[in-house]
Design a protein around this ligand. Sequence first.
Ligand SMILES: Nc1ncnc2c1ncn2[C@@H]1O[C@H](COP(=O)(O)OP(=O)(O)O)[C@@H](O)[C@H]1O
Ligand SMILES: [Mg+2]
Length: 326
Amino acid sequence: MKPSKQHVLLLWILLSSTVINAVEPFSSFKIPNFTETWNSFWGESCNSYWISFNQTGLKADLENKLFGQHIASDIIFKSVSGFMNDDNPKKPLVLSLHGPTGTGKNFVSQLIADNIYKKGYHSKFVHVFSATLHFPHRSEIVTYKSQLQEWIKNGVTNCERSVFIFDEMNQIPPGVIDSIKPYLDYGKVEGVFFQKSIIIFLSNTGADQITKTAVDFWKNGKDREEMMLKDFESFISPIVFNSDQSSFSKSTLIDSCLLDVFIPFLPLEYKHVVQCAMAAMRDKGRQPDENVADRAARSLVYYPKLEKVFAVSGCKTVANRVHLYR
Ligand SMILES: Nc1ncnc2c1ncn2[C@@H]1O[C@H](COP(=O)(O)OP(=O)(O)O)[C@@H](O)[C@H]1O
Ligand SMILES: [Mg+2]
């Protein structure tokens, strides 16, 4: 403890108790919570004040905030809850999220982080890697491999309960990701325990086939909710493994079954885009207006060309479009 901080803290304790005594019982002055003040004062740490899993919060968020993703919602809730409630997991939880753009892959990663960390997605224990930012050049694979190992090792050394999110996986040069295999495999490497971390891969690989399955379902007059994980499971893994475009191309991670689950994100329909538009207005402190949401949703491009069922870019642009209609 640094002497200067110690002094400030002592001063705070003295002042707050004096203030409380001075104003009580005449006002509704809220007694400062010592634990809260103490923890805020020292900043985010790897302890149960800053990190505690909110299972009901995750369920509510997946049900109320994530639209049109019944498969992802169910699998994510079960796997994250099961993992977080296990005090002694054998290996890290590895989720691989696949689907077209704007369907909620990044968004759901935020919901997971929000329900584990007090600071949510902005926690320093949530590490986001983006292909274009962290691994832009194919010629640098060797450097990236050792950098990535170092980042992960340092992250987990700081806190066992870390989340690593790899965005735009399909653009990460093949081979880079394989460098983290030992951590996923054994849990403990060089005295560092990786078992309690969560790793989330986000990619568009397999999106075309996911979309095709959704279109076929729709054309056959079946309900969207009838789609099940098994309708996608059989094809996603081989596509991801065999595609030259995929960072998992011929990856030992898949070969060794280290990815716990492939989660399909379905293309979004008009009604989901309307829900996104309503949520966007609410988020911005605006009164949600169905007329505005309808116009914003209708301004997007849909496919198949004739039937116009699914939004080409999902909910990606709709939040900004609600400004155009008042
Ligand atoms: N299924 C969804 N439910 C609710 N909001 C969504 C959904 N999909 C996308 N959004 C909204 O659109 C934004 C962009 O989506 P994002 O999660 O970045 O898409 P992806 O990562 O799949 O390309 C999100 O921040 C969120 O506000
Ligand atoms: Mg994304």
